[in-house]
Write a protein that binds this ligand. Structure first.
Ligand SMILES: C[C@@](CO)(OP(=O)(O)O)[C@H](O)COP(=O)(O)OP(=O)(O)OC[C@H]1O[C@@H](n2ccc(N)nc2=O)[C@H](O)[C@@H]1O
Ligand SMILES: Nc1ncnc2c1ncn2[C@@H]1O[C@H](COP(=O)(O)OP(=O)(O)O)[C@@H](O)[C@H]1O
Length: 289
């Protein structure tokens, strides 16, 4: 068993996002399809025999104890009474507050990575329950399959037949605060509930778009830029916007036609999380050695 582990922490896109209502605790009932993309942060874990958790480098504006990686590690220690610790190095490329779920994904990678490193053998079910305590988006990253989501985003049904197409993702130069959007008085919260079987790819909308584009002109501009090439959409509560393409070549061509000062990347939609594929590899090499 190695004391060192490197794992990816992928982003997700919401292929649509409907807000159907609000619970008594203020959380919103939603329907969405989550698909992963092959754009990932990376976490390196080094086992410690004391129970310290060190996460670095610091993320500007995020206190050490607020970092979702640190919180995930502490939650796992508390739940399992594990006496081990870890040094965790984060290589971050995903924009924060971008609707790509980077922070939630980091938390999920920490839960799964440390479960492996500390040999806790907790089930995915238990890790998803712990993840939900950290954020509504964490369970989908823990479970690792593209999914139809309901509830507050935690009721997940696998959607393994989604087409794995290419996307151009534009990163507006602003951070959108999820809480701010959900508490906005103009957010529509009454989209009728869909049956999963009735949902067709490309249909639906993102109910947060109207409020976010009103508050953040950078998001409005990004959507308008992409809409010149097809039907573009925002992911999550923003800020990132994406255009679905038929091929990598089309995605590259659209990317090349965007103004030079626009931050954007292309990525492939994937139905199996790159995190779970990497963990499986780590397990296989452990069995061999
Ligand atoms: C709506 C989504 C869709 O993917 O937006 P993005 O965060 O990805 O943009 C997510 O489910 C967000 O999940 P996550 O970012 O983990 O949200 P949390 O930290 O749990 O919640 C941040 C705040 O958003 C509000 N919130 C979040 C989720 C939800 N279903 N209803 C809510 O009202 C709550 O006010 C909460 O305090
Ligand atoms: N490891 C982390 N990576 C990113 N954001 C983090 C992390 N830990 C805490 N955060 C906080 O979570 C917020 C939401 O981050 P993120 O998941 O990237 O955005 P979104 O939910 O919009 O996709 C950030 O603005 C930051 O304050």
């Amino acid at each position: 068993m190695s004391s060192y582990l490197v794992l990816p922490s992928p982003a997700k896109l919401n292929l649509f996002l409907h807000i159907n209502g609000r619970r008594e605790d203020g959380y919103h009932l939603l329907q969405s399809i989550f698909q992963f993309i092959d754009r990932c942060d990376e976490l390196k874990f080094q086992l410690r025999s004391d129970s310290e958790i060190e996460v670095g480098p610091d993320i500007p504006g995020v206190a050490k104890t607020d970092n979702l990686i640190y919180r995930a590690a502490r939650l796992l220690q508390q739940h399992s009474h594990c006496q081990l610790g870890a040094d965790i190095e984060l290589h971050k490329i995903l924009p924060m507050g971008g609707g790509l779920g980077g922070g939630s994904s980091n938390a999920a990678t920490a839960l799964l990575g440390l479960n492996h490193l500390w040999q806790l053998n907790l089930s995915i079910e238990t890790l998803a329950e712990l993840g939900l305590q950290l954020g509504a988006d964490v369970p989908v990253f823990v479970r690792g399959f593209a999914a139809w989501a309901e509830g507050v985003g935690e009721i997940l049904k696998p959607m393994m037949d989604l087409e794995e197409t290419w996307f151009v993702v534009v990163v507006p130069q602003c951070h959108v605060n999820t809480g701010e959007i959900f508490s906005h008085k103009e957010l529509t919260r009454n989209t009728p509930i869909w049956k999963m079987s009735a949902a067709l790819r490309g249909e639906g909308r993102n109910d947060c778009e109207a409020v976010v584009t009103k508050l953040y002109k950078e998001v409005d501009n990004s959507l308008n830029l992409l809409k010149k090439f097809g039907s573009a959409r925002m992911t999550g509560t923003g800020a990132c916007c994406y255009l679905e393409c038929n091929s990598k070549a089309q995605a590259q061509s659209v990317r090349a036609q965007l103004p030079a000062d626009i931050e954007a990347f292309i990525a492939k939609g994937v139905n199996h999380s790159p995190l779970h594929q990497a963990l499986q590899k780590a397990l296989n090499s452990q069995v061999k050695n």
